[in-house]
Ligand binder design. Structure first.
Ligand SMILES: CSC[C@@H](O)[C@@H](O)C(=O)COP(=O)(O)O
Ligand SMILES: [Zn+2]
Length: 208
């Protein structure tokens, strides 16, 4: 049975309260979405405080990123959501956050990816069943031209069908899942791993 628009909107509102509460979606940053139908997404409107969303603060778009609700302003980053729904039909929710750890780690990393290895928590990512695995997270340079950024993300996605998320440098994280609960679990796992990575680097620098 497919979930109603109101139920899906409430999932977005609840996600915003949780993510704002954890400090991962400060001020009006971040955007969230769920799949509304095989050809439509339900996304946060632009510029709202994500800890204070109401049922009216979401709008439907098609998977080309066009608003289906003229009076509302779609998220500036709509295309980064809809490309994921087009990419994989099993994706049901996409979350974008702006945490301190994601921002700092992406700025400190000169390479265009970070890789997690030997962390038990990697198993929180869909498709990962052992710490003896490598989770590679690409880092794309930030760009205010979201269509251009989406065009850089797409070849990575196509070449890495098991990708679980990506960073935008100095900006934030995108991750996704079959359901909102899966996307939220992945955000938590990423945040844990980002913090571990930053602490490890900081302690290694002190030792050197
Ligand atoms: C508060 S600046 C953050 C924005 O520029 C953007 O990156 C963001 O995440 C939120 O944009 P929005 O248009 O509200 O979806
Ligand atoms: Zn953003």
């Amino acid at each position: 049975m497919s979930l109603t628009r109101e139920h899906l909107a409430q999932e977005i509102i609840d996600a915003g309260r949780f993510l704002y509460g954890r400090g991962w979606s400060p001020a009006t940053s971040s955007n969230y979405s769920t799949r509304l139908s095989p050809t439509e997404a339900l996304l946060t409107v632009s510029g709202k405080h994500k800890g204070q969303l109401s049922l009216d603060d979401v709008l439907a778009t098609n998977l080309s990123g066009n608003s289906l609700e003229p009076g509302k302003k779609p998220s500036a980053e709509t295309l980064l959501h809809t490309q994921l729904y087009r990419w994989r039909p099993e994706i049901g929710a996409v979350l974008h956050t702006h945490s301190v750890h994601a921002t700092v780690l992406s700025r400190l990393t000169p390479e265009d990816f970070i890789e997690f290895e030997d962390y038990e928590l990697q198993k929180a990512f869909s498709g990962v069943s052992t710490h003896e695995s490598r989770v590679r997270v690409p880092i794309f340079d930030n760009d205010q031209d979201i269509a251009r950024l989406a065009a850089k993300v797409q070849p990575w996605l196509d070449a890495h069908p098991d990708c679980v998320g990506y960073l935008i440098r100095g900006h934030g994280l995108y991750t996704w899942g079959a359901r909102m609960s899966d996307a939220l679990r992945q955000i938590e796992a990423f945040e844990f791993l980002f913090e571990c990575e930053l602490k490890t680097r900081s302690l290694s620098n002190h030792k050197a």
